[in-house]
Design a protein around this ligand. Structure first.
Ligand code: STR
Length: 414
């Protein structure tokens, strides 16, 4: 007897490269492996969703859950904390790891705090941080010196913004940046990663206890205070949400800002139209989100029943990854030129880079505000900004889930 998913199941999986040596080639291979691609994540098998339309359906399908208890490889003990990607899934109880009614309770305050309207209040802060970092950039790039746009600008900005929102002492920003860099890198030995996650838990728990004793005007305090007549969040839940916000708010926006700069520098004719005011920065941000997604693969959801995807089936108990980079390049959604960066695509740019359904990114508007301030300010200050090395020489860090550049050396040509 043949089973309907035998073909996909028996096909050699696409092995996701922990060193991220060829992201475009790998994206093509995953897409070519079909709408539901068998992938291998450091020896652990999973299914990758590679098409926009399928992801849109699956992300609202209640049979697909975040709870690891539904994952056979976990409950059987085949996957343990020795697996380097376990921290992407086993991240504590939070809005990132819970579904259904409980998820609505965990997420409500955060999504209310991050609406476009509420974010208008912090726009001046973001503008001030941006201006300060541009001064630092100018200083570092004085007299034709090569400067790393990542470490001097793209990385500190989102960290400052999310730190301010959550009430993190700015003194801790450097430590957090260092720890998350280690967390995401596949070169970090697993014992070290588990140790740093434990240290971060101590840091966040202390922060939550301090805010419980003395609430201030930040989202962490708001999460602690009883939620609109609903059950207040537990300390564990506040800690979980806080670390999800800091990790996500800081890591992903770095990618958005850098990838936009990279795409514009690689397409100077498009940059010219933006600088001439013919195309909006908003169009740049949306096209960058689609074409060069900050998140390559989002780990992981689990099937609580067999779920059909086209003529394939995700068997009950198995893990599903949403491959956002492949989805952003889906010609069925974006046309035959989906692989081309083109800021003149008709608006709205219907990409799915922030996800879809109940878990859709609560920080989407925040990242749009940040990039919408940072990019025009950067090019206004340094209109002749250019890469100090050929684009092909830019390397990704060994980070399997994020599109994370090692560095971004530029000349300011001020
Ligand atoms: C990192 C480790 C941690 O302590 C908590 C979380 C939860 C949120 C996760 C984050 C993780 C990794 C990056 C994610 C983020 C939510 C959005 C972000 C997956 C696992 C994206 O890359 C989209």
């Amino acid at each position: 007897m043949t089973c309907p998913y035998a073909a996909a199941r028996d096909a050699a999986p696409v092995v996701v490269d922990p060193m991220v040596r060829d992201l475009d080639g790998e994206t093509d291979r995953i897409r070519a492996a079909g709408p539901l691609a068998r992938i291998d994540l450091l020896g652990v098998p999973a299914w990758a969703v590679t098409r926009h339309a399928d992801a849109r359906r699956l992300l609202v399908d209640p049979r697909l859950v975040k709870d690891m208890a539904a994952w056979d490889l976990w409950t059987s003990g085949a996957v343990t904390h020795a697996w380097p990607l376990i921290g992407m899934i086993d991240a504590g109880r939070s809005m990132f790891t819970v579904d259904g009614e409980e998820h609505r309770r965990l997420r409500a305050k955060t999504s209310q705090a991050l609406t476009p309207r509420r974010l208008e209040a912090i726009r001046p802060d973001i503008e001030k941080f941006t201006a300060e970092l541009l001064d630092a950039l100018e200083e570092a790039g004085r007299d034709g010196a090569v400067v790393d746009l990542k470490s001097v600008f793209a990385q500190p900005l989102p960290m400052r913004v999310v730190g301010m929102l959550m009430g993190v002492d700015p003194q801790a920003n450097a430590m957090l940046t260092r720890q998350y860099k280690k967390f995401f890198s596949m070169l970090t030995p697993q014992e070290e990663r588990l140790a740093l996650l434990a240290e971060l838990d101590v840091f966040y728990t202390e922060l939550v206890r301090a805010k419980t004793a003395l609430p201030t005007d930040d989202l962490t305090s708001a999460l602690i205070l009883a939620a609109d007549g609903g059950e207040p969040l537990t300390e564990e839940e506040v800690v979980g949400n806080l670390k999800a916000m800091v990790a996500a708010g800081h890591e992903t926006t770095i990618g958005l800002v850098l990838n936009a700069v990279r795409a514009l520098l690689a397409h100077p004719e498009q940059l010219r139209t933006v600088l001439a005011g013919e195309v909006s920065w908003e169009a740049v941000v949306e096209e960058t989100l689609r074409w060069d997604t900050p998140t390559t693969h989002l780990l992981m959801r689990f099937a609580t029943e067999d779920i059909e995807v086209g003529d394939a089936v995700i068997p009950k108990g198995e893990g599903v990854v949403i491959s956002y980079r492949a989805i952003g390049r889906d010609p069925e959604q974006h046309g035959p030129d989906a692989d081309a960066f083109d800021i003149t695509r008709p608006a709205p740019n219907r990409h799915m880079t922030f996800g879809h359904g109940p878990h859709i990114c609560p920080g989407a508007a925040l990242s749009r505000v940040e990039a919408g301030i940072a990019l025009p300010a950067l090019f206004a200050r340094f209109p002749r900004l250019r890469l100090a090395v050929p684009d092909e020489e830019l390397r990704n860090l060994p980070v399997m889930t994020q599109n994370d550049l090692e560095s971004f050396p530029v000349l300011l040509d001020a």
